[in-house]
Design a protein around this ligand. Structure first.
Ligand SMILES: C[S@@+](CC[C@H](N)C(=O)[O-])C[C@H]1O[C@@H](n2cnc3c(N)ncnc32)[C@H](O)[C@@H]1O
Length: 203
């Protein structure tokens, strides 16, 4: 199979890796939601050899992800798990970290809510959830280009749209997660990091 290529995944890989290198320094296992082409998984797993990287996505993306994994020949990337945040059952495993890129604005808001529930279930303490993408904050877009992107998404599919970090912060706290750090990334994107709320750690 010809490996699928997403130009954006090539452009944003280095800046995302810069953050993940630091955030995942104490993590051994990671679950990726919405691996897409699989480019991120192999690019990051190649540089973070201490992390066992579990790819996942809807079944239609699996051939491409498998092709990237086969070509990379890494022993720390696992074949894609069929995982739809809305319909899949529990993964049955706990992970040190969950990573997801460019998914929250593609999923419906109901699916985003469900993603936070699933992340809350699958993280082991202290837990890290790293979510990359475009977000608004306090109901305001950071740039006209993000506002235009949001309008184009909603025109394409009314269920899509850029999510507000304040809303995601609430979703996190409803699921035992606190927004710990927000990194400004190139092209007006953010990488937000949640950890398990300390009170839950002490239980
Ligand atoms: C824009 S792509 C991002 C792919 C990749 N993470 C990247 O940054 O290049 C959005 C991904 O979210 C996945 N996705 C959409 N709805 C989903 C759902 N309900 N559950 C799990 N993944 C979903 C899509 O299949 C797709 O791979």
């Amino acid at each position: 199979m010809v490996r699928p290529h997403a130009a954006a995944a090539v452009r944003n890989a280095a800046p995302i890796l810069g953050v993940l290198r630091h955030e995942l320094r104490n993590c051994s296992t990671l679950f990726e939601i919405g691996s897409g082409t699989g480019q991120h998984a192999v690019a990051f797993a190649a540089e973070l050899r201490h992390v066992l990287w579990q790819t996942s996505d809807l079944e239609q993306s699996h051939p491409g992800i498998r092709a990237w994994i086969a070509e990379a020949g890494l022993d720390n990337v696992l074949p894609p798990m069929g995982f739809d945040v809305l319909t899949s059952g529990k993964t049955g495993h706990k992970y040190d970290a969950v990573f997801s890129a460019n998914t929250a604005h593609i999923m419906s808001y109901a699916a985003v809510c469900r993603m936070f529930e699933r992340v809350g279930d699958m993280l082991s303490e202290p837990g890290l959830f790293c979510l990359y993408g475009p977000f608004s904050r306090g109901g305001a877009f950071s740039t006209p280009s993000n506002e235009a992107f949001d309008a184009s998404l909603r025109a394409r599919n009314a269920a899509m749209g850029i999510r507000d970090l304040d809303d995601l912060q609430v979703l996190g706290s409803e699921n035992g997660l606190q927004l710990a750090r927000v990194y400004a990334m190139p092209a007006n994107n953010l990488l937000a990091v949640w950890t398990i709320i300390a009170a839950r750690c002490r239980r």
